[in-house]
Ligand binder design. Sequence first.
Ligand code: ATP
Ligand code: MG
Length: 237
Amino acid sequence: MGTQGIRVENLVKNFGQGESLVEVINGASFVVQKGELVALIAPSGAGKTTLLMMIGCVLEPTSGTIWLGEEAVYDGRWIGNDTRRIRREKIGFIFQSHYLIPFMNVIDNVTLLPQTNGLAKDKAHDKAMELLEYLEIAEKAKSMPSQLSGGQNQRVAIARALANEPQIILADEPTAALDVERSVNVVKMLKKIAQEQNVAVIMVTHDERMLAFCDKILKIEDKKIVISKLNDNKHIV
Ligand SMILES: Nc1ncnc2c1ncn2[C@@H]1O[C@H](COP(=O)(O)OP(=O)(O)OP(=O)(O)O)[C@@H](O)[C@H]1O
Ligand SMILES: [Mg+2]
């Protein structure tokens, strides 16, 4: 038994009202343990990003409950009303592409958030270099994002997501812009981070080849979540 990283119960999200009401998520329930890398899959428009944004305390659900670690953060309303603090303290976001700040070099991109959170400049720098080494991209610390390949950019984005020591990483198609080999590298890296740093990671992917590295698969079906383990999916090797 692991420790709860993310717990969602009976989560509902509608957009609009009346005639224009769109039900996107209607009663999603699941748990992601700390240390797990979990894939989130579903066709385009099924609500993957919507679900991540709610778990990330960016988008307010219509109803339901969300726990991050042992803390209930949403229960019909945001608990404590400080979603920015929760995002800052608990969550690392990784997006599809072009997410680094283009006019700042690699190291500045990684130190920005910890410094905003009050970490001294030299400490933030040391921490960032450590992360860049961990992700095997330290030699690019002074490069600008435009000078990096897609895979290198993505590793910097992961370093930045880790800079605040999050308990949770939410990655929305982190490998969409990469070829298979680089995708596998990024996913293996996320797996290593989940295991070594005891982080709960949810990764949206459209690429079935990445599922083999995941501990569980969450699939949005009929606006709910169906959970499968890899062993249950005989078509996936
Ligand atoms: N702000 C919004 N207002 C109204 N409808 C929205 C809004 N945001 C998303 N939707 C709708 O919610 C549904 C789910 O969108 P979402 O972006 O979560 O899908 P997705 O599974 O991430 O798709 P993709 O794989 O294409 O990224 C879509 O039908 C979309 O049009
Ligand atoms: Mg999406």
